[in-house]
Design a protein around this ligand. Structure first.
Ligand code: CP3
Length: 342
């Protein structure tokens, strides 16, 4: 069973020789080879230059036995392509060039030129697909409309999400117009990714937990469902919903094939309650990778043991790997999952 067969079997809850494994933000600041490239080019240049994006995507697979490559990019390429650029704050977090406020600003955001402004995604993915062949899984991704809207309306990373909530409650027509625009843009992006050969797409609803529980469907899930319905029938989508495992049934009802859940979730309890039409991805606490390899190994073993005998498990972190993760602890985690000695 090669990596791609293993991944696709697990995603369809079929038996596998061992759980497939990859990490969120697997390319990034914890890797010295990434930091070396970043000395020469900034993040957005790396994302938009196919040779660099291909190289960064493949870096973790050269070092480690990952079963899947995830495109090196960011969820914020969509607001950027619509006309709202982003950059990183000095002290961490995202800043948009402006906070979306007036209806005029909203009307100016345009998806008409998306195919050409995002053509670098197509070029990068085609090159990756031909280099990975049928051996490795290739993943595309994007943000959920709600999560992207938090950045766009708040003007960057936020802790309160008050402005977007105010749009929802007091300007429902503007809220819907923004969500519809984001759906159209994401459908175009995902179709492009599928045509370029990705095996699955992960949708990040990173800030879904900012929604009111009884409004989660109206504020976020129904837009995700609309996107999934616009993709080719049965194309597999994995939905990452941080802090929302208690909505597992509603998350799955969007049409998502798999749910990626954070480390606060008891994955086994969710596995036992969800049908085998739904794979589960996760959910090692990424903090253990900043600790001694023995800690990373023990934590990985404990999660594997808890999931033992269950079908449809893709091993992953609960959230993205952090810049201070230790290379030897990442290796220890991968040794446990793959049984290879590294
Ligand atoms: O997983 C991968 O390797 C694929 C690449 C990927 C990146 N961002 C690259 C990246 C993916 C899947 C993302 C998703 C993403 N981006 C999300 C959803 C997932 C999540 O974490 O909840 C979000 C919310 C973003 C927006 C974003 N981009 C944030 C909040 C940050 C951190 C900013 C900071 O201050 O640290 C980024 C930066 C980012 N995106 C990095 C990488 C590798 C770090 C870039 C660097 O400093 O070199």
């Amino acid at each position: 069973m090669n990596s791609r067969e293993r991944f696709l079997s697990a995603l369809h809850c079929k038996p596998v020789d061992r759980p497939p494994v990859w990490m969120m933000r697997q390319a990034g600041r914890y890797l010295p080879e990434y930091r070396a490239l970043k000395q020469k080019s900034d993040f957005r240049t790396m994302v938009q230059t196919p040779e660099l994006a291909v190289e960064v995507t493949l870096q973790p697979l050269r070092r480690y036995p990952m079963d899947a490559a995830i495109l090196f990019s960011d969820i914020l390429i969509i607001p950027e392509a619509l006309g709202q650029p982003y950059h990183f704050r000095e002290k961490g977090g995202i800043e948009m060039e402006f906070a979306l406020d007036s209806i005029e600003q909203l009307n100016e955001l345009s998806a008409s030129d998306l195919q050409s402004s995002l053509s670098y995604v197509d070029t990068t993915l085609r090159s990756l697909r031909s280099q990975l062949g049928n051996e490795k899984t290739l993943l595309g991704f994007g943000g959920s409309p709600w999560t992207l809207a938090t950045y766009m309306v708040e003007g960057g990373s936020s802790t309160s999400y008050r402005r977007l909530m105010e749009w929802y409650y007091t300007r429902p027509a503007d809220f819907e117009a923004l969500m519809e625009k984001l759906c159209d843009a994401l459908i175009a992006l995902f179709r492009m990714m599928i045509d370029a050969g990705v095996d699955a797409i992960q949708v990040f609803d990173s800030w879904g937990a900012a929604c009111a529980g009884h409004l989660y469907r109206d504020q976020s899930l129904r837009w995700i469902e609309r996107i999934i319905q616009a993709l080719p029938a049965d194309f597999p989508v994995i939905l990452f919903a941080k802090g929302m495992a208690h909505h597992a049934e509603s998350l799955h009802a969007t049409g998502a094939r798999g749910l990626s859940l954070d480390a606060s979730t008891d994955l086994r309890a969710i596995r036992d309650r969800m049908p085998l039409t739904c794979a589960l991805q996760g959910n090692l606490d990424s903090q253990v990778l900043t600790m001694d390899p023995a800690v990373a190994r023990a934590a990985t073993e404990s999660l594997l043991k808890r999931m033992q005998g269950s079908q449809g498990h893709i091993f992953n972190l609960g959230h993205g790997i952090t810049p201070d993760a230790r290379l030897e602890s990442v290796a220890a985690m991968l040794e446990c999952v793959t049984g290879e000695s590294l």
